[in-house]
Design a binder for this molecule. Structure first.
Ligand code: GTR
Length: 324
C-alpha cells in the first residue's frame, strides 16, 4: 500500500514538474476601462487562449489598472507575479534599452511605418531584448499617435515653453519636453485627470481613445495634432512562464495573441476616429498643426544627447530610419 502510494506520488510530481497536464490560470493586467479597444482585445485574447489551449491556459483579465500602475505591473510581470499584460513600450524603455527606440520623437513616419520596422530586423532585436528581460512580446497593438492637449492651442514648440506637461515614466520624454522649454512632469496615468483639473499640470499628451476614455477631454480645451510619438503596445508575457508551456501550448497562446492583435488594430481604427468625433462634439477644438518641422528640429538635441549617452543604439536608430 505504502509502495503504491509513493509510486502515485512520484508520478504526480513528475507530472507537475514537467507541467505536462497542469492547467494554468494567468493573471492579465490592463490599464484601460470598458469602451477602450484594448479592453475588448484583451477579452478576445482570453477567449481565444481558452479555446486554442482547450482550457489548459485560462486568462483572468483585470481591467482599469486595478493590479497597479504600469511601471509596477511591468515589474510584476518580470517577476512572474502577474503573468501577462498589455503594455505600452514607453515605460519599458527604462528597463529594456532596445525598446527605447520607439520612444524617440518622430522616429516613425506613420503607424504603418512603425509596424514595418517592428516586422523587420529592428523588431527582432527589440523582441529578443524584451524576452531576455522577462517581458516576451507575443503580438503588437496599434496605439496611434500621441499629441498634446492643453488649455491653449499648440502650434509651435515655443507654445510649450513654460508649460508643465505630464509625461509617462521615461527620461526620453522629459528631454523631449525640456527641449521645447516646457517643464516635464512624469506621473502615473491614473493621476493625470486630477492633476489637469487642479492645475498641477497644464497639459498632457496621448492618443484620442485615452484622451476621451478617462475624461482628460473634460478638463482641457485644445487637442493639438503634433503626433510627436507613435508608440506600439504589446501583449507581453513573463518569458519563463511562457517557456514552461509545451511547444503546442506556446503556439496556441501565440496564435491567440496574434489574432487578438489583428482584432485590436481593426477596432483601433474605428474607435480612435469615433473618439475624435466624440471629443469634438463635446466642444474640444482639434488643432491641425500646419508645419511639424519646428517640432522635429527641436528634437535634434534629444537625439544627439541620447545617442551620445547610448552610442550602441545608433545602429538600431539607423535601421528604423532606413526602413521604407
Ligand atoms: C495610453 C496607453 C497606456 C498608458 C497611457 C499613459 O495611451 O495605452 O498604456 O501608457 O497611455 O499615458 O500612461
Amino acid at each position: 500500500m505504502i509502495k503504491k502510494f509513493s509510486l502515485l506520488l512520484a508520478g504526480a510530481l513528475v507530472c507537475l514538474s514537467s507541467g505536462a497536464n497542469a492547467a494554468e490560470t494567468w493573471r492579465a493586467w490592463n490599464i484601460h476601462n470598458d469602451g477602450h479597444p484594448n479592453t475588448a482585445a484583451l477579452d478576445k485574447f482570453a477567449e481565444l487562449t481558452k479555446e486554442g489551449t482547450k482550457g489548459e491556459v485560462t486568462l483572468e483579465v483585470f481591467h482599469g489598472g486595478v493590479l497597479g500602475s504600469q511601471p509596477d505591473a511591468l515589474e510584476q510581470v518580470r517577476l512572474g507575479a502577474i503573468e501577462v499584460g498589455n503594455f505600452n513600450l514607453g515605460p519599458i524603455g527604462p528597463m529594456v534599452k532596445e525598446a527605447n527606440l520607439v520612444s524617440l520623437p518622430f522616429i516613425f513616419k506613420s503607424v504603418p511605418h512603425m509596424f514595418r520596422v517592428l516586422d523587420g530586423e529592428a523588431g527582432d532585436i527589440i523582441s529578443k531584448a524584451m524576452a531576455d528581460a522577462d517581458l516576451k512580446p507575443l503580438a503588437w497593438f496599434d496605439a496611434g499617435a500621441r499629441s498634446f492637449y492643453t488649455q491653449k492651442a499648440i502650434n509651435t514648440p515655443a507654445d510649450v515653453e513654460g508649460l508643465k506637461i505630464r509625461v509617462m515614466n521615461n527620461d526620453l520624454y522629459t528631454s523631449m519636453i525640456s527641449a521645447m522649454g516646457g517643464n516635464p512632469s512624469p506621473m502615473a496615468f491614473s493621476e493625470v485627470q486630477q492633476a489637469l483639473k487642479t492645475g498641477v499640470v497644464d497639459g498632457a499628451e496621448n492618443n484620442f481613445p485615452s484622451y476621451k476614455n478617462v475624461g482628460h477631454y473634460e478638463v482641457t480645451k485644445n487637442y493639438s495634432l503634433s503626433e510627436h510619438l507613435i508608440i506600439p503596445e504589446c501583449i507581453c508575457v513573463n518569458t519563463k512562464k511562457f517557456e514552461a508551456l509545451s511547444p503546442e501550448l506556446q503556439e496556441a497562446v501565440t496564435e491567440a495573441a496574434k489574432e487578438a492583435a489583428l482584432f485590436q488594430r481593426e477596432l483601433w481604427e474605428v474607435q480612435s476616429a469615433e473618439a475624435r468625433k466624440d471629443v469634438e462634439a463635446a466642444g474640444i477644438k482639434v488643432n491641425e498643426i500646419a508645419d511639424k518641422g519646428p517640432f522635429q528640429e527641436a528634437m535634434v538635441k534629444v537625439y544627439d544627447d541620447y545617442l551620445a549617452a547610448n552610442p550602441d543604439m545608433k545602429k538600431l536608430v539607423e535601421t528604423a530610419q532606413a526602413t521604407e
